[in-house]
Design a protein around this ligand. Sequence first.
Ligand SMILES: Cc1cc2nc3c(=O)[nH]c(=O)nc-3n(C[C@H](O)[C@H](O)[C@H](O)COP(=O)(O)OP(=O)(O)OC[C@H]3O[C@@H](n4cnc5c(N)ncnc54)[C@H](O)[C@@H]3O)c2cc1C
Length: 386
Amino acid sequence: MSVFTESPERQALRRAVFELGRRYGAGYFQAKARAGQPTHELWSEAGKLGYLGVNIPAEYGGGGAGISELAIVLEELGAAGTPLLMLVVSPAICGTVIARFGTDQQKQQWLPGLADGSRRMAFGITEPDAGSNSHRIGTIARRDGADWLLSGRKVFISGIDHSDAVLFVGRTEDATTGKLKPALFIVPRDTPGFEYRPIPMELVTAEKQFQVFLDDVRLPAEALVGDENAGLMQLFAGLNPERIMTAAFTLGLARQALGSAVEYARTRTVWDTPIGAHQGIAHPLAQCAIEVELARLMMQKAADLYDSGDDVAAGEAANMAKYAAGEAACRAVDQAVQTLGGNGLTQEYGLAALIAATRVARVAPVSREMVLNFVAQHTLGLPKSY
Ligand SMILES: Cc1cc2nc3c(=O)[nH]c(=O)nc-3n(C[C@H](O)[C@H](O)[C@H](O)COP(=O)(O)OP(=O)(O)OC[C@H]3O[C@@H](n4cnc5c(N)ncnc54)[C@H](O)[C@@H]3O)c2cc1C
């Protein structure tokens, strides 16, 4: 069988997840998002069916598969019009980091819940004064006896209001100079000193973004995930899946938009033939279909490299896949809106909301420019400018 033929198991997963998403539908998703309500029904059902935890080890109640399978779940939910953003964070980043570096106790405590969706964990790295420069992270963990005291500020952290805890990236006090030696802490949402406020965003999503204030948040020693001296390797074990999953999220939305546009172009007739017969409509859609497929291939390569344990090659591929997905999706959504004319901007068709949703992938979790910096320096060997 060709490496490009998906296994029967993956094809079955794809179909089943798409059917689940379609049963809820884009109408359900957008109504919830516009009302500022969570999509708990869909999340819970997907969790019970085992889709949210396909990548979590089987001994902790997960599916024992990889990021490749979790990316299938998210892509298909997006294609069905029901993207679940927290899949990028809860099972993909937090689940992976805890499964790879957590203690037995942390695994027992968190992984079964993350796998069946009954518990959720957000992820916080971005800071107002550091932004893309994560070496400048100023969230500091100080030892106080056996405890840790965590202080700092974070911004744009998704989904805290419906999460049980947040996995925060800080640095230990003795590592405040030089290169970032990140230390990761699980902070339950109700811990004293941890406050969060929603940021008004122009996004039609069921998840909100928050700014966070951590003021001498007292944590037990066992809140630290992994080794405080393990450095960037531990962090990137979570960040590479995040990039792959952002690609999956965005490409699902692109497929949804292209699907709507093609259906519309087949039937809408304002001269003698459906508008899809005009090459001015057909060719840009065909171009977008090619670009989306190329980005999907890159995403699948990145996921495969990650699942095979090659973190270094996966890092380059995950960056490239996230970049390609963001570009392909923004163009596909723009062309879909154009194809629908005025209807492209109505709430009924829901395409205009995807303009902002896909635009996010050009900024987060790592910006387009920072990916280009990475490729320029590491793939091409060009000098660093900053
Ligand atoms: C919807 C949404 C959800 C998010 N969810 C989370 C979350 O759950 N957890 C989390 O931790 N973060 C989250 N983020 C934050 C996101 O990861 C950051 O916004 C992103 O990393 C960019 O950082 P910044 O916004 O500070 O931009 P900045 O770093 O201020 O960058 C601004 C601009 O300058 C450019 N730039 C900066 N440095 C360079 C350079 N050296 N060369 C060229 N250009 C440069 C950038 O590319 C960008 O275009 C989310 C953001 C959004 C929009």
